[in-house]
Design a protein around this ligand. Structure first.
Ligand code: ADP
Length: 494
């Protein structure tokens, strides 16, 4: 049996759950990953089964415990897909409906109905009134699912994002809690007062009693039920996935901007103790540590890696994501083919749920390589859209380096093209699972396993990409992209 002490991180992501054990020197001593089902009941709707989420989480936790030995675990940290909405029975712990996933667009009509409150919502929450966030998802469940309505009336309804759902189950139904990086994504949490907001709750027609308690991100949330883990282990440190990734990149230091290339793209930059006033970005809580909140600006792009999966599963022009790299490199430039991957509308900075995907510039010469290249290029352009927006709205944000992580960063074509289009250096994390590392970091730093300096030393990039394209050329490509985007907007209402 391995004798090293470890911190465990549970990364409850959108496609699967990854549980990892980290040694003090930052190496991974055990890991376990399992996917769960993606449920698409109607176009634009996305659900997960909460029971399956918990079963998969439990299995990966038990796998890792078996590998590292229960006596070696110092603490458990959690990170999670944010905004995804779960409702359950307070007495039995039984979930009452599938989880409505962050990507789900079903509440677009409700958001439109509430549009007069957009400014209040933005002012108080830093967010945009969009179906992406939890509040309208909860309201939809109350209005459309009898069991949810009944439980609310009886006073035994609980709501939580996936962090709360995992904590609840891990503690055997003892703790109903969350922390500000997740609470700040519900649309009901005032990021100035750091409290749920009565006026917002009224706007969305929601009751405070169903919401989880908000603790500091680095607090002890409780202990695992020993029926599940064999021994009580402290759950210390919880962060939403993107905030965890920012934390893993050392995002508490000045001038750090990060991008995670997974299902979507999530670009974040910490603004310290100040809340940036932005129009098209989201302002959010990065974390609240020792009673002190740190804020961040964020750009969320809904479709990035998913678009590569779509090429594989729907168009069937590739058999693996990896192939796109050699396909893109097989042509010397895009030859005018652009792919606007608005498969679920467009997020930052366009915020148009009615935009739809579009491939434009096709000729008789167009091959699958052009389409694959256009899909990869779209990730780079969408990243530039967000970085430009951050530079416009956050005073003094002149970044030199973009720190990156996530599955698609394995693609060297994408990384080089990203450096070229941005005119910035790209620093790729050695560990693609930065999200999991971030949860381990907040947990390990809080439990005394690491101090911040020690942690920064173990965080090393594996590769750097320097811009090599002329400004004139990169501007030319980028302007054409902006033109393409304009043509994809407001499509589903036409
Ligand atoms: P998530 O955590 O959002 O589930 P990951 O960080 O695991 O996502 O990344 C998986 C995504 O990255 C998938 O959507 C996949 O299509 C994409 N991807 C993986 N490898 C590559 C690659 N070599 N080139 C382009 N995209 C890739």
């Amino acid at each position: 049996m391995n004798k090293d002490k470890v911190v465990i991180s549970i990364d409850a992501g959108t496609t699967g759950i990854r549980t990892m054990a980290f040694r003090k020197n930052g190496t991974v001593s055990a890991k376990s990953y399992s996917e769960f089902s993606q449920i698409y009941p109607q176009p634009g709707w996305v659900e997960h089964n909460p029971i399956e989420i918990w079963n998969v989480a439990k299995k990966t936790i038990q796998d890792v415990i078996e590998q590292v030995g229960i006596e070696n675990i110092v603490s458990i940290g959690i990170t999670n897909q944010r905004e995804t909405t779960v409702v359950w029975n307070k007495d039995t712990g039984k979930s009452l409906y599938n989880a409505i996933v962050w990507q789900c667009r079903r509440t677009t009509p409700l958001c439109n109905k509430l549009s007069e409150y957009q400014d209040i919502v933005k002012e108080k929450t830093g967010l945009v009134l969009d179906p992406y966030f939890s509040a309208t998802k909860i309201k939809w469940l109350i209005d459309n699912v009898d069991a949810v309505k009944r439980h609310l009336k009886k006073g035994n309804l609980l709501f939580g994002t996936v962090d709360s759902w995992v904590i609840w189950n891990l503690t055997g139904g003892k703790i109903h809690a969350t922390e500000p990086s997740n609470a700040s994504r519900t649309l009901c949490y005032n990021i100035r007062d750091l409290k749920y907001d009565t006026e917002l709750l009224k706007i969305f027609g929601l009751k405070l009693e169903i919401f989880p308690d908000v603790k500091d991100s680095n607090s002890c949330f409780g202990y695992t039920n020993n029926k599940i883990t064999g021994k009580d282990i402290p759950i210390i440190g919880v962060l939403g996935d993107q905030q965890a990734s920012l934390f893993a990149h050392g995002g508490w230091e000045d001038g750090v901007v990060k991008n995670t290339y997974g299902t979507g793209l999530f670009i974040m930059h910490s603004t310290g103790d100040k809340i940036a006033k932005t129009k098209n970005l989201v302002s959010t809580v990065a974390w609240k540590v020792d009673r002190k909140a740190t804020y961040a600006v964020e750009g969320a792009v809904f479709v990035a890696g998913t678009c590569i999966q779509w090429l594989r599963d729907n168009l069937k022009i590739i058999s693996s994501a990896k192939e796109t790299e050699s396909m893109a490199k097989s042509i010397s430039f895009n030859e005018g083919v652009y792919f606007v991957p608005a498969l679920a509308g467009l997020g930052t900075p366009y915020w148009d749920p009615t935009a739809r995907g579009m491939i434009i510039g096709i000729t008789r010469q167009t091959t699958p390589s052009h389409i694959a290249r256009a899909a990869l290029e779209s990730m780079a352009y969408q990243t530039k859209d967000v970085i430009e927006e951050i530079k416009k709205s956050v005073h003094g944000s002149q970044f030199k380096v973009l720190r990156v992580d996530g599955g698609a960063t394995k693609n060297n074509f994408l990384m080089q093209f990203q450096a070229d289009i941005l005119g910035m250096k790209i620093e790729r994390a050695a560990l693609t699972e930065a999200t999991a590392l971030g949860a381990a970091a907040i947990s390990g730093i809080s439990s005394g396993f690491w101090n911040r300096k020690e942690f920064l030393k173990i965080r090393k990039p594996d590769n750097k990409f320097e811009p090599a394209m002329s400004k004139t050329e990169s501007n030319k490509y980028y302007l054409k992209w902006k033109d393409a985007v304009q043509r994809s907007l407001e499509w589903s209402t036409l």
